[in-house]
Design a protein around this ligand. Sequence first.
Ligand SMILES: Nc1ncnc2c1ncn2[C@@H]1O[C@H](COP(=O)(O)OP(=O)(O)OP(=O)(O)O)[C@@H](O)[C@H]1O
Length: 280
Amino acid sequence: MSTPILPTPILEVRDLVMRFGGLTAVDRVSFEAARGEITAVIGPNGAGKTTVFNLITGFYTPSAGEILLHGRDGQRPLHATPGHRIAQAGVARTFQNIRLFPGMTVLENLLVAQHNRLQAATGFGIAAVLGLGGYRAAEREAVERAKHWLEATRLLDRADDAAGSLPYGAQRRLEIARAMCTDPVLLCLDEPAAGLNPRESEELAELIRLIRTGGCSILLIEHDMGVVMNISDHIVVLDHGKKIADGIPAAIRADEKVIAAYLGTGDDDEAPSPAVEGAA
Ligand SMILES: Nc1ncnc2c1ncn2[C@@H]1O[C@H](COP(=O)(O)OP(=O)(O)OP(=O)(O)O)[C@@H](O)[C@H]1O
């Protein structure tokens, strides 16, 4: 019998380690994010999830290990790529705390996100100032892309409003629209459902599925187990910096190590985190 040829994952994390002084926040973590899928990274508070994201998106340099992106230009070692080049390699992210330009309009936020692309279209030259052809075409494209994501996030009617004046849920959607305007191959979402009400969470899940349908792979940190179990194709579970489980949602929900990590074993006095079975 022939072995099926599996497509290359979009992201490979191999034996990743991050130490902060004496603390090992990420301890030899390995996992893959499959192309075109939603991969969630979950775990109790302090498990190392945000640190993994900060390593993938170039905010930190790992103490050891490899992070390989299989993007549009082939394989890229993100662990050895400077932070400002990681977006160009096709990785976009949102943050736990919203980071928009609150005084700029919604549309301006989406155009600023495409600044690099516009600059590249002119070879970083005077063409932009003179309004020459290549720049104008790139500018038109940037506006079209912004319009597409304004429609997808239902923000078109707020395009001229200051980003800071939007309700919280709309600001979260705008953050995602802004990340998508960079045309990523991998979108990293850090707790996108935080602070959303159940209806907004459901709409967010719809939006994330839409992004997956468009071909962008997604890596998601999320505490809302309803959202995680509902939309994830694959879940990686961290606890105290180590990977304790890795699999499809049904397997994760039934995993004893995961249940123990979330409910606590009674060995420590940490408040229990949201139970995984709450999502069933
Ligand atoms: N810059 C830093 N310097 C020192 N320690 C850090 C730093 N960043 C994170 N840590 C520590 O690393 C560990 C993992 O933190 P991290 O924020 O990655 O966890 P998390 O799983 O994202 O938690 P949460 O769900 O609460 O956001 C924690 O013990 C944290 O205190």
